[in-house]
Write a protein that binds this ligand. Sequence first.
Ligand code: NAG
Ligand code: NAG
Ligand code: NAG
Ligand code: NAG
Length: 344
Amino acid sequence: MRRAICKYVSLTWILIILVCGGQGHRVTVEKVTDSYGLSEGPHWDHRIQKLYFVDIYNQYIRRLDPATGVVTSAYVEHGPVGVAVPVDDTTDKFVAGSGKDIVLVTWNGDENEDNATFKVLTSIEPSSSDTRINDGKVDSSGRLWLGTMANEVNGQVAHKMGSLYCINDTFQSEKIVTPVSVSNGLAWNIEDNTFYYIDSFTYQVEAYDYNPNNGSISNKRIVFDLKKANLEGLPDGMAIDTDGNLWIAVYGGSQVIHVNPKTQQLLRKVKIPAANVTSVAFGGPLLDILYVTTSSHGLTAQERKESPHAGALFAIKGLGVRGILANSFAMNGVKDSSEEKNID
Ligand SMILES: *[C@@H]1O[C@H](CO)[C@@H](O)[C@H](O)[C@H]1NC(C)=O
Ligand SMILES: *[C@@H]1O[C@H](CO)[C@@H](O)[C@H](O)[C@H]1NC(C)=O
Ligand SMILES: *[C@@H]1O[C@H](CO)[C@@H](O)[C@H](O)[C@H]1NC(C)=O
Ligand SMILES: *[C@@H]1O[C@H](CO)[C@@H](O)[C@H](O)[C@H]1NC(C)=O
């Protein structure tokens, strides 16, 4: 196992550089946004070269323009926003998981929106279940895969209350995996024949054979186990590179890990100056920058002072790998708001 020995060289409060040995690359970690709440679900929109992410309990969809550093935000009044992805062929529509519902949010992304227009499309779990939508991602056919988890009660999350669903272009949902505790990272390899999935409380990363034609998964196996690797923390969001290796955010572990799912080898670790690392996504013109979201959720004012970077986004450069383009949601009949009447 090759291990990057990293040490911090803190330049300013904004810029944090880590110098890592072991890979022949100079890896840098830069803070690229202010601190928010539970930042998650990063999605690189290659059409506009900007990064969307959600701030779950604050109920925002946010957008970072890396060229200017400007973050714009849209508040979604409906409930916690677990995931939001752009709708194909539109510049101002997002399909989002808010509370237990799938909502269509209209937002141009350029200006802050303190009460974004939204429409509830469908509810994926019964109103009686005390759950909410968490992380999600779109597959190569434009279907949105997203999962649920129990609502937090006094900081505790009940186990095995959630499921993983697949939502198609007419908003019909199919239950794919159940029960799950905290549905999180999802990734498909570039060959589109393997699906990787994380239910955080298992401390494991699962792999399945994936059939891109009908979206079915089969032959579950475990490809990495954080406990067995003696790593502290929970696996959270995840991305995959073109070599087929996984990049996994470690919640409570202050790091992102790089794993070869075929050999179960831990390839690298990249330290992040926030304990609760929530997710990762490749972005940038060459898809070679790994954007990292973190959380400040649940911290007291004093703890926020001690963890000033918690809730911020970071950009890791110099990894020497590239990601795969993110898909946007294929929605039946949707057009830009100039043709709003076609939405139904
Ligand atoms: C936000 O907009 C909705 C309609 O989309 C409206 O019902 C609600 O009152 C608005 N909230 C605020 C705080 O203005
Ligand atoms: C959408 O999913 C539902 C439920 O799985 C299925 O019955 C329906 O045929 C699907 N629609 C399309 C267009 O694939
Ligand atoms: C999807 O296709 C595969 C291969 O043709 C088949 O084995 C599987 O049963 C199909 N699954 C569903 C849900 O239709
Ligand atoms: C990380 O999250 C846990 C709960 O999930 C919380 O107890 C802890 O204070 C958080 N730590 C930081 C530094 O954000």
